[in-house]
Design a protein. Sequence first.
Lengths: 306, 333
Amino acid sequence: MSAAFLLEQLLNGVQFGVMLFLMSAGLTLVFGVMGLINLAHGSLYMVGAFVCAWVAGATGSFWLGLPAGLIAAAAAGAAVEVLVMRRLYDRDHLDQVLATFSLILIFSEGTRWIFGNQPLYLNIPPLLSGVIPLPGDGGYPLYRVAIIAVGIVVAIGLYLLISRTRLGMQIRAGEADREMIGALGVDIKTLYTVVFALGAMLAGAAGALVGALQSVQVGMGESVLILAFVVIVIGGIGSIKGALVAALLVGLVDTLGRAFLPRLLTLVMPASDAGTTGSALASMAIYLVMAAILAWRPKGLFPAHG
Amino acid sequence: MDNSRSNSFLRSREGVLTVAALAVLLAAPLVAQAAGQTYFISLASRVAILALAGVGLNLALGTGGMISFGHAAFFGLGGYVAGAMVFHAQEGGRFLGLLEGTQQALVSWPLALGIAGIAALFIGVISLRTSGVYFIMITLAFAQMFYYLGLSFPTYGGEDGMTLYERSTLGGLSVSGDLPFFFVCFGALLLALLLCSRLISSRFGAALMTARQNETRLATVGINPFPVRLTGFVISAMITALAGVLLVEQNGFASPSLLSWHRSGEIMIFVILGGVGRLIGPVLGAAVFILLETVIGGYTDRWQLVLGLVLLGIVLFARGGLVGLLAGRARHD
């Protein structure tokens, strides 16, 4: 096992973590500010991927597809907030689960209706299709490095947005006491719509970026959704910083587990079994980490409220 | 439950609804048998089985306020254990290297419930340290672990699952026919409903409900909430495990999809759709869900879209679920 392979897997883990961060940032914001469990967040990810892939396919340009995907996801998010979510804020979590589960059904079947049953494919834009040399003999795809860069930019941007701008101040105030900021004259309905659309846009960005690495198909959002929930729970609900740390942790544990557990297991069992058992154990690893962290710190690593 | 209280329940609107719903469920396969539409008998069995899973979850979720998003773990574990016993009876080998397989349900079903109960005890001890959304997610995490365990168990087919060629026999009775099997499922559902109604009106039930409503109050009267919740969680898991056993016996097939988070979500939908904490809620929820799926699926391939819209309409405009709609809101909510 070479150092280049290890480095490559580490980068893969970071890239996966960054993608999870884009997903979970919106989820944790919506959760922290509005107290809403949104199972349909994965559908917004799917909308971003589908619209990006479709526009890029129709125009031949990834650079037109990407903003189209972001706008479509944000628009879908805003529409869902105005039509459905707004009625759910004062309901208990159970009603939110049922309503957003229904939205998954509607989004999935609607997408299948519009785009057909076949998966769409999105090509990596020529500008980013190169390879960055790694020390040793390997190379690493430039596109994945670009995803990592986008993640860093988004993390910094979100930090500045929340700590330095008027909107961020209102978001923080909304987390602390929603009635009070309403009484102070902040238009809380619009604020919620904006926060929800922002979260949706980040999910759409994750979907569109990942669309070039895997096929774009109905149901792609669901496995990511579960991982995003794992991330926000490990990180502490409502905490962007927690989401970033936990996303990288989950991304690395999952990727490194998949890369190295099957190899490690060949030491103790026949190679044919080691592959399947290793990948299954790797899939379990993040949930083991989560259970251990919650048993140790029942409110996650960075609890947002005390 | 003493007689006067059970009489007043049966005379209430909710009581009438409960009896009526069970009567319809019991009558439907008999009518189907008479009309020669045997497909509807297995559909009714499926309703009874999934309703049973919901009744189990409802005890934890509705009565005890423990929102478990991981009941598929118990559903699937029960199903897998019962399936594995039949599998070993057919193919040889021993379950976990210890037990020889058997097709005697009186052995394999209690074993399945016992193992699911032990798993629930273990999961509950850790999960009940958390609350709120964290509890939802940690139960989901445990269920996902069992899902991936199921995927990686080559003995029982891994991803492809295992096919069983015969149903277990119940004592000396064969339940391979559709109608006898329906009676078994219906009987199990009825027993679970009776158990839950007895539990709810017992001292233990009062403590469990108080643990949901006001933990401090429960602690003040000298009852530690933790063991009460844990007991409720384990009983709830075992009822859901029995549903898993029955589904595997009905289909003659066990696969990791029994353990997937979709399953947990679906069981939760039955409970919420029917009415959280209402005795007959999960039965109505499961029946309506499966009917919608079947009826809409008969008209259009896009049934998921219509189902989603219907469910969304119910949650937005019929608060308190179907029982709330038909029999009024619960008294203590």
